[in-house]
Design a protein around this ligand. Structure first.
Ligand SMILES: [Zn+2]
Length: 138
């Protein structure tokens, strides 16, 4: 499933969260952050995922220097919608909040605020998906 299909069918809501001057993720713009996700999803959906920035050097870098994600993503806990895989991103690239049904209450909203306000991610994505068991159970 490509990003545009995800956006239409899974109910992705994308919000530019932070002005680029103070943004995380290496100070990229919200548009650049969205393009990185779109490009990663294109690789994933065509079977060309590269699993970037997941090697030992990247893990050591993020352990030593901290994280600098370029997007905050609220998504479902469903094992089929792992944001890092769907967007083909690496360690430290995406600040992900996962909860069944991708709903937000006090804890999730506080975690989103941490991603946007403390980590300065320039992009906030709320990603639902089709055939969500949690939504169906409700
Ligand atoms: Zn779900």
């Amino acid at each position: 499933m490509n990003f545009e299909n995800l956006r239409r069918r899974a109910g992705i809501l994308i919000l530019a969260a932070t002005p680029p001057a103070i943004a995380g993720g290496g100070a990229i713009t919200p548009d650049e952050a969205q393009q990185r996700l779109t490009d990663g999803n294109q690789r994933f959906s065509t079977g060309a995922a590269t699993n970037p920035r997941c090697d030992e050097a990247r893990r050591a870098e993020t352990a030593e220097k901290g994280q600098n994600p370029f997007a905050t993503v609220l998504t479902c806990s469903d094992s089929r919608v792992c944001a890092e895989r769907i967007f083909d991103q690496g360690v430290g690239d995406v600040f992900t909040i996962r909860v069944a049904g991708n709903v937000s209450d006090t804890d999730e909203i506080g975690t989103i605020e941490y991603g946007v306000g403390h980590l300065h991610t320039p992009l906030l994505v709320v990603m639902g998906h089709s055939s969500c068991g949690a939504v169906g159970a409700v």
